[in-house]
Design a protein around this ligand. Structure first.
Ligand code: SF4
Length: 362
């Protein structure tokens, strides 16, 4: 049996075998087979739904200096902003009116947003919109901080691990940052009961199949509920300005592989995928993705949250253009869902049987 079929039958492979899988997945037939299996698994747990999350990029101020990032602290040219609590709530109001039931609050590691301020924001959103989920994506914080935010009502947390290879991590980050701490944060978030999202860039400088195999092993160990991956896109004001961008095709293969590795995972077709290819998101759904995150940030700030060059911030990336997004999703034969869309625990059929049993018992 070839490595593709072996992986489909039992995704728990050794590191060397994951490298072999990644190499073999470049063949058109293998790609097709992986995508078919990924879509089958996605349907099993989520049917034909693609979940929409309202993204609010509320601060582009960051104390960190990740080498790949356009809003790193050393970039003096970045035009910095911070939204007030009122502005954030106004984004939520617009989003709620558009039907969104998940708000993703994303920002740099901005020390102005202390635990008190963040908890107050989370509490206000949950108080006003109790039927909505709040996802945070605000980087590394202390256990105590994560605990307080969880208590304030945040239920999900996105923290990309970026690369699971220690050596590679050091190439992408300044020396005061460490993979060990990043991993510790992810485990703490899990312990506190968050639905956790990890992830990485595809084609980051210095990445080979060996590093990607480490990423797959780490994802298997962590068992996150969400995984965000997108092609690396260089930013002109970073040390990686001349590095080549990552490949859309490899990203799509990895989406299928991750869906097979973690069938119940929530997997976004990311903005970076849409930036690199106008059909990137549709291709993402066909490869096993099931989440999109349109932008709810105020229009005047969108361009300023420039993590990489040419990041999409208008058109279908904008939450106001939900109708266009819906058309695109539906053209790809999926259904755009605005509900909370928590991570699946069981297959749909199993859930239907359970609720039928409950009805029969009433
Ligand atoms: S990647 Fe995140 S933590 Fe790193 S510099 Fe950019 S915003 Fe800050």
């Amino acid at each position: 049996m070839d490595i593709i079929e072996r992986f489909i039958q039992n995704p728990e492979l050794e590191k060397k075998e994951y490298e072999e899988l990644l190499l073999a997945s470049g063949e058109p037939e293998a790609r097709k087979r992986l995508a078919e299996e990924a879509v089958r698994l996605r349907k099993l747990y989520y049917g034909d739904k693609v979940y929409a999350r309202g993204l609010i990029e509320f601060t582009n101020i960051c104390k960190n200096d990740c080498l790949y990032c356009g809003i790193r602290r050393s970039n003096r040219k970045a035009d910095r902003y911070r939204l007030t609590k009122e502005e954030i709530l106004s984004c939520c109001e617009t989003g709620y009116g558009l039907g969104f039931r998940t708000f993703v609050l994303q920002g740099g590691e901005d020390p102005w947003f202390t635990d008190e301020r963040m908890c107050e924001i989370v509490r206000s959103i949950r108080g006003k919109y109790p039927d909505c989920a709040v996802t945070l994506s605000i980087g590394e914080r202390s256990y105590e901080s994560y605990r307080r935010l969880r208590e304030a009502g945040a239920e999900r947390y996105l923290l990309r691990h970026e690369t699971a290879s220690e050596e590679h991590y050091q190439k992408l980050h300044p020396k005061e940052m460490s993979l060990a701490h990043r991993k510790q944060c992810l485990y703490e978030l899990k312990e506190l009961g968050y639905q956790v999202g990890a992830g990485f860039m595809v084609g980051a400088p210095g990445q080979t199949y060996r590093e990607l195999a480490e990423d797959l092993l780490f994802l298997r160990e962590l068992q996150p509920q969400m995984v965000g991956i997108g092609p690396f896109v260089p930013h002109h004001d970073t040390p990686f300005r001349d590095e080549p961008a990552g490949s859309v095709e490899l990203t799509l293969r990895l989406l299928s592989i991750i869906r097979i590795l973690l069938p119940k995972v929530l997997l976004p077709a990311t903005t970076a995928l849409g930036t690199m290819d106008p059909e990137g998101r549709e291709k993402g759904f066909a490869a096993g993705a099931n989440v999109v995150m349109p932008n709810l940030s105020p229009e005047k700030n969108r361009k300023k949250y420039e993590l990489y060059d040419n990041k999409l911030c208008t058109g279908e990336e904008a939450a106001e253009s939900c109708a266009d997004l819906r058309r695109r999703v539906e053209r790809a034969d999926w259904h755009l869902s605005m509900e909370r869309g928590d991570a699946a625990e069981k297959a749909l059929e199993e859930m239907e049987q359970e609720s039928k049993r409950q009805e029969d018992n009433l």
